[in-house]
Design a protein around this ligand. Structure first.
Ligand code: ABU
Length: 478
């Protein structure tokens, strides 16, 4: 049962529609179950005013502060305290305009400023003004990119972006689909490779198949897919694609490259060699929301095959969306090649950024991020108490901070056990202070180390210096 959130408000009794409040009229009222059906019930004026004032708040509290290093990266509160500060309860009656604006302000205040020049915590960062506007537009227009009839522009934009990305991979042609993430792209690759290997899987089901495996096996199972990675999450490592492609070709295996993170290096003539051989892949995952800052989420799955494999594999032929007797070219109803039904117009964000910066601007963004990474690596080498885990290939700089108390200690079990505790303790201090955010993790037998990720063009050499100074400041008494 739906309730009027404002049962006590006055309703006009005459006139068709109150131009101020757009409240339904009771004159000539059509009532169903006691509900007046005349005119819209939404308070348009109040809604417009709210959007306008909330946009101003976003501009002042997020956009204008995005480059200000004097602002905090985060205003840390433990969960129980944050629950009290946020007024999370959902009530029977709606909150007034000003209270809603206060709530918006609180949400902004206690959210992490991922667009801050000193947010280095994830494989995304910074603020791209053009993709931001694209996001505002798509949120306002609220399209679902499955049929041309409801998303004509966004479908054509997606087609144009995919075509361009395919060109950068080095394929003559191909297909693709934007989707909710690199993991989903990798799942697409697995499904497609399996479909290609067993085209009757949709009819026979999994039980009709031999036991399938990825990579290879000497157990009598059927290998069908090799998944290589261009830009691993922690170390930013790149697999040798040409060598892997040779093996795949020899054994007729589908080669998928997870370039969710590293794919953006393709935009740079200097750094695209990291992905040498990617044109030989059958499919690629590439997330422009990472290094290219298109805004979360913006993830493309790209496939070299042009025989409509995506559609063959996923088509469910929903008759309420994909009618074949429509009055336009239904090949533009691309939703039937997606595992999703509703789908966001994510390509549009990337398209806006690409339009604004051009290919050369995107290339410059990648080159600068990698040059800043190089600078940081050299600084780490120079500084006492900092130790690189390995020479980075990309924009992930992995290092330990060794506090003064451990500097003279022999690198034995006790040293590593103590060092393991350092990064989490410094992370706690930096978040409580709000000065900086970068990630840490243990990895493959190595004790906790920092992973610094450089992406945003808002970041400068000074921020790299600050990062090292601040870690030293926060950890020198440990
Ligand atoms: N898709 C993995 C991203 C993880 C990270 O941002 O560190």
């Amino acid at each position: 049962m739906s309730r009027d959130p404002n049962p006590d408000r006055e309703r006009p009794l005459d006139g068709d529609i109150n131009p101020q409040e757009m409240v339904p009229s009771r004159k000539n009222a059509v009532l169903v179950d006691g509900v007046v059906l005349n005119g819209p019930t939404i308070d348009v004026k109040a809604g417009e005013k709210f959007v306008e004032e909330a946009c101003r708040l976003i501009m002042e509290e997020v956009v204008l502060k995005a480059t200000d290093i004097n602002e905090k990266v985060c205003e840390w509160q433990p969960p129980e305290q944050l629950k009290q500060l946020l007024d999370l309860e959902l009530r029977d009656t709606g909150e007034p305009h000003n209270r809603l604006l206060e709530l918006c302000q609180d949400v902004i205040r206690y959210s992490v400023k991922t667009n801050h020049p000193r947010f280095f915590n994830q494989l995304y960062a910074g603020l791209d003004y053009y993709s931001l506007v694209a996001r505002f537009m798509t949120e306002a227009l609220n399209p679902s990119v499955y049929t041309y009839e409801v998303s004509p522009v966004f479908l054509l934009v997606e087609e144009a972006v995919l075509k361009k990305m395919i060109e950068f991979i080095g394929w003559k042609e191909g297909d693709g689909i934007f989707n909710p993430g690199g993991s989903v792209s990798n799942m697409y690759a697995m499904n497609l490779a399996r479909y290609k290997y067993c085209p009757d899987i949709k009819e026979k089901g999994l039980s009709g198949l031999p036991r399938l495996i990825l990579f290879t096996s000497a157990e009598g199972a059927a290998p069908f897919l090799v998944c290589a990675t261009s830009g691993t999450t922690v170390l930013g490592a790149f697999d040798p694609l040409n060598e892997i492609a040779d093996i795949c070709e020899r054994h007729g295996l589908w080669l998928h490259v997870d370039a969710s993170w590293g794919g953006s290096a393709l935009m740079s003539r200097k750094h695209r060699k990291l992905l040498h051989g990617i044109h030989r892949a059958d499919s690629v995952a590439w997330n422009p929301h990472k290094m290219l800052m298109a805004g979360i989420q913006c993830c493309a799955f790209l496939v070299k095959d042009k025989s409509d494999l995506l559609k063959k594999c996923y088509s469910a032929k929903a008759s309420y969306l994909f009618q074949q007797d429509k009055f336009y070219d239904v090949s533009y109803d691309t939703g039937d090649k997606s595992i999703q039904c509703s789908r966001r117009p994510d390509a549009f964000k990337f398209w806006m950024t690409w339009k604004a910066l051009g290919t050369l601007g995107l290339e410059e963004r990648v080159n600068r991020a990698l040059a800043l990474s190089r600078y940081l690596v050299e600084e780490i080498k120079k500084r006492e108490g900092f130790k690189l885990l390995l020479e980075p290939e990309y924009a992930n700089i992995c290092f330990w901070y060794i506090p003064p108390s451990l500097r003279e200690m022999e690198e034995g079990p006790e040293f590593w056990a103590k060092l393991h505790l350092v990064a989490p303790a410094i992370k706690e201090r930096m978040m409580k202070k709000g000065s900086l955010m970068l990630g840490y993790q243990p990895h493959r037998g190595k004790v906790n180390f920092f992973r610094q990720v450089v992406i945003s063009p808002q970041v400068s050499r000074e921020d790299m210096d600050f990062l090292l100074d601040e870690i030293d400041l926060l950890g020198r008494d440990m």
